[in-house]
Design a protein around this ligand. Structure first.
Ligand code: CA
Length: 317
């Protein structure tokens, strides 16, 4: 039967044979193929300190791919990467600890099985980064982390257990990383406390506030950060907490606030890091689609992924 005008589910609102849509970059996992880039959803938001529907964001981010093309007008090139979509890791219904174990075990197994794979992990809240980075380091070598975030995420665990405010504290306290392996970029006023700032300095974490981003520029900061991390680390990992962005650019974050990064600066940073051969993993966290406006924040996540892949197109030798 020939039905040329029937639009199939998932084909988008307008079909044009000359436009390659970004959702075509995603391929379902067939358990056979060699995976270079793997998308894995980590829909955990029960560990959020404030109310969060971030467990819904992997699904929303996937949907938003169809809003964009694969073509970079700046590079005059299409993204030539394929991303295998593994789907989501199913979270435990009630136990945060069990959910973290599931993330750790699944991410570790997938990285182990796919030795060449660069994972693109979609949270969830920032609590997912603790088990993910632990698994990543065990499979890929000593990790240097570039964290984009308004917050340190170094809260103690004695007052409330592990949450989206503690992932980097947990990595430090468990001896998985030391402070020298962590760069935090985009920290801002009235979003952190004096004691945690002090703790960050004592741990030797490399800190760049929003004022640093404004005065030094994002690319010199990244150049410096990579040079520092390369001295002691085997691989690099990017953790993008979307609340590093000003609330004007990321209304879907639970912890929105003014004085943050603009979206162009973050995308420029991600492209720069995508070109860096040592970067072998990315996570994107803290998007709550239920409070977002026109899916702005999930669309930003898609652009983070696209700029990262575009950077891979033009990787430095
Ligand atoms: Ca965070």
């Amino acid at each position: 039967m020939t039905l040329p005008y029937l639009k199939k589910v998932g084909e988008g609102i307008f079909v044009d044979s000359e436009v390659r849509k970004a959702n075509e970059l995603l391929q379902p996992w067939d358990e056979e193929q060699v995976v270079t880039y793997g998308l894995i959803g980590l829909p955990l938001s029960k560990t959020s300190i404030s109310h969060s529907g971030a467990h819904l964001s992997p699904t929303t981010i996937r949907k938003m791919f169809s809003s964009y093309s694969t073509y970079s007008i700046e590079e005059e090139a299409d993204i030539n990467k394929r991303v295998v979509d593994f789907g989501d890791i199913q979270m435990h219904v009630t136990s945060d600890e069990q959910s973290r174990i599931r993330i750790y075990e699944t991410v570790k197994a997938l990285l182990h099985h796919h030795q060449q794979m660069v994972p693109i992990l979609l949270g969830g809240d920032h609590g997912v980064s603790f088990p993910s980075i632990q698994a990543f380091q065990e499979e890929r070598g000593k990790v240097g982390i570039v964290q984009f975030d308004a917050h340190h995420d170094l809260r103690n665990t004695k007052d409330g257990g592990r949450s989206n405010g503690t992932p980097f504290r947990s990595l430090l306290e468990e001896g998985i990383i030391n402070g020298n392996q962590l760069v935090q970029i985009g920290l801002r006023d009235f979003s952190n406390s004096a004691s945690y700032h002090q703790y960050a300095k004592e741990q030797g974490i490399h800190l760049y506030t929003m004022k640093d981003v404004k005065t030094k520029g994002i690319l010199p900061i990244l150049e410096q950060s990579i040079a520092i991390l390369k001295q002691s680390c085997d691989v690099l990992y990017i953790s993008v907490d979307m609340d590093v962005l000003d609330m004007a650019f990321a209304p879907g974050c639970p912890a929105i606030g003014p004085g943050g990064m603009d979206s162009t600066t973050l995308l420029e940073a991600i492209y720069y890091l995508g070109r860096e051969e040592m970067v072998k993993g990315v996570d994107i966290v803290e998007i709550d689609p239920t409070v977002d406006f026109r899916d702005m924040t999930s669309k930003m996540a898609v652009h983070v992924i696209l700029q990262f892949l575009l950077g891979r197109n033009n990787r430095l030798a």
